[in-house]
Design a protein around this ligand. Structure first.
Ligand code: NAG
Ligand code: NAG
Length: 229
C-alpha cells in the first residue's frame, strides 16, 4: 500500500517537474488572437493576456509603428554607449508577440557593460564600426567565455540569461541593432545589481563572495552605477 502511494507521489512529482520544465523553457506565451495592443486604461480594454488589450476596433496602424531609429543617440556618458529599446513599453502592439528590438550607439571605446536579459535570447547585428562582443556560459558549463570581433554585417547570438557585453574597439562610432525573442526582455547590469542595489547588499556578503578587501567593496558600493538604457 505504502509502496503504491509512494509510486503515485513519484509519478505526480515527475509530471509536475516536466510541466515546470516545459513552462520554464517556453518564451513569451503564444498569442491567442491576431494581436493584443497593450493599453494602460482598463476602461478601454477588452481581454487580458499579460497586459490589458486595446479594443481591436480602436487599434490603428500607429499601434504597430515606431520611428526615429535612424537617429544617432547621445553617447556622452560614463559608458560611452546609449541603448534605445523598442519593446512593449513603447510599442504597445508588441504585446503577446514575443519579440522586441534595440538600437545600440557606441562612442569610440564605448562599452555596453556586462549584463543579462532574464527573459530573452538576443541577436546583434553590427551596421557600423568594430565591436568586441562576447558572453560567458553558466557554472555547469565551466563559465567559458566566447568572444568575437564583429565588423559591419556580422551577427552574434547571446543565449537567454547569459552575461554578455559589447565594446567598441574601433576609433569611430559604432552602431548595432539587436532583436530579442521577448516583448519585454528585461536587463540586469551586473555591476549595478551587485554594487548599486537599493538598499545596499551587506558589504560582508560581497567581501566574502569576491574574496577581496572590505574597503574595496565599500568603495565600489559608493560609485554611481550608470546605466545606458
Ligand atoms: C541617449 O541619447 C538620447 C538622445 O540622443 C538622450 O536623450 C538620452 O538621455 C541618452 N541616454 C543615455 C542613457 O545617455
Ligand atoms: C549629450 O549629452 C551630454 C551630457 O548629458 C550633454 O552635455 C550634451 O550637450 C549632449 N549633446 C547633444 C548633442 O545633445
Amino acid at each position: 500500500m505504502q509502496i503504491i502511494m509512494k509510486a503515485k507521489y513519484l509519478i505526480v512529482t515527475v509530471a509536475l517537474l516536466a510541466l515546470a520544465c516545459s513552462l520554464a523553457s517556453a518564451g513569451d506565451p503564444s498569442p491567442l488572437q491576431d494581436f493584443c495592443v497593450a493599453v494602460k486604461d482598463p476602461a478601454s480594454a477588452l481581454f487580458v493576456n499579460g497586459k490589458f488589450c486595446k479594443d481591436p476596433k480602436l487599434v490603428s496602424a500607429n499601434d504597430f509603428f515606431f520611428s526615429g531609429l535612424n537617429v544617432p543617440r547621445n553617447t556622452s556618458n560614463p559608458l560611452g554607449s546609449n541603448i534605445t529599446i523598442v519593446n512593449v513599453d513603447n510599442l504597445a502592439g508588441l504585446n503577446t508577440l514575443g519579440i522586441s528590438l534595440a538600437r545600440l550607439d557606441f562612442a569610440p571605446y564605448g562599452l555596453n557593460p556586462p549584463h543579462t536579459h532574464p527573459r530573452g535570447t538576443e541577436f546583434l547585428i553590427v551596421l557600423q564600426g568594430t565591436l568586441y562582443a562576447g558572453f560567458v556560459t553558466s557554472n555547469g558549463d565551466g563559465n567559458r567565455l566566447f568572444t568575437k570581433i564583429l565588423y559591419p554585417g556580422d551577427v552574434i547570438i547571446f543565449p537567454i540569461g547569459l552575461i554578455h557585453f559589447q565594446w567598441n574597439v574601433g576609433k569611430t562610432n559604432a552602431i548595432a541593432f539587436a532583436g530579442f525573442n521577448s516583448q519585454n526582455e528585461g536587463r540586469i547590469d551586473i555591476a549595478n545589481a551587485v554594487f548599486g542595489s537599493d538598499p545596499k547588499i551587506n558589504p560582508d556578503v560581497l567581501t566574502k563572495a569576491f574574496q577581496v578587501d572590505k574597503k574595496l567593496v565599500e568603495y565600489l558600493q559608493k560609485q554611481l552605477w550608470f546605466t545606458n538604457s
